[in-house]
Design a protein around this ligand. Sequence first.
Ligand code: F0G
Length: 360
Amino acid sequence: AHQWRGVLPEYADRLNISDATPIITLGEGGTPLIEAKALSARTGARVFVKYEGMNPTGSFKDRGMTMAISKAVEHGAKAVICASTGNTSASAAAYATHAGISAAVLIPEGKISMGKLSQAVAHNAEIIQIEGNFDDCLDIARDLAANYPVHLVNSVNPDRIEGQKTAAYEVVEVLQDAPDFHFVPVGNAGNYTAYFRGYSEELERGAATKLPRMFGFQAAGSAPIVLGHPVKNPETIASAIRIGNPASWEFALGARDTSNGYFGAIDDAGILAAQRILSAEVGIFVEPASAISVAGLLERAENGHIPSGSTVVLTVTGHGLKDPLWALKKADGTEIAPTVVPVSTEEVAGVLGLVKGASH
Ligand code: F0G
């Protein structure tokens, strides 16, 4: 039986690699594009979800990391470094370990989810918490890479974008064209940029007849692109996209203009409501940052900006198990706990409201 081989082998002829490039892969990519009937019913569009939580470390970062680590090893790097809100650090740690090199990760103190931190620990990264935010971490990581013998694997490294663009290839392969709209969460705007690049290549080689309109969404408390200026103290419960000065800002604006795209903001309550809709109505569990794609679609559709019958793809970037505690809270903040009963079939039936002997 055929096993998906990872994005470098699958797309070797379309990526910046050669026979000299070692292939460091954990089998990333090839993620499902899932038709979301409940979201189609809510919006009148035909909605598909690109479920990037299905990657080896649970986020889309693995697509870029297989490329960045493979190229780093090709160039003889023995150590890589990144700044991260969590997912990049988990991915860098896993791929560096797989390659037999070391990874150092800089994270904002107290601001990454326990799931992601535990991945970086499990994969044996050197973890340093900075008393600052992600933007401070990235400044230091860039400074270190410029002046010390460490290789930077943040998305300012073009190899990352090169790997991540493969997600757009996969969408076009399944839909046999680009969608009309593509929604992505935006932090550093690297992934927005990567999808735009992937779709542009598909258009150029004739696999797609159009570019999708690229719709990016930021958390309202961390929305520099929407506001048009950096945010000094970004805040949001969607810790993955708690970023005040995106590295790929300029490129993303170009991609927005070329694709007739859009950047919008969603507040934390809207993010959590969308996370719940996706998990409880579609059956896909994502971390809060990822749910902003869903929230963005609902907002745009509600305000009449999505013509009915449009094909829409939502990238959901990270698995729900990355940061699961939000799912256990109600909208008013109270904890959700399952009902406890004694060891008794009748008690369980009673709680479930089941009537003995009645038909199914
Ligand atoms: N969604 C998730 C789950 C993320 O982890 C990130 C970025 C994004 C969306 C935004 O992607 O930065 O390319 O616009 N996480 C980075 C990290 C910053 O360190 O893991 P972007």
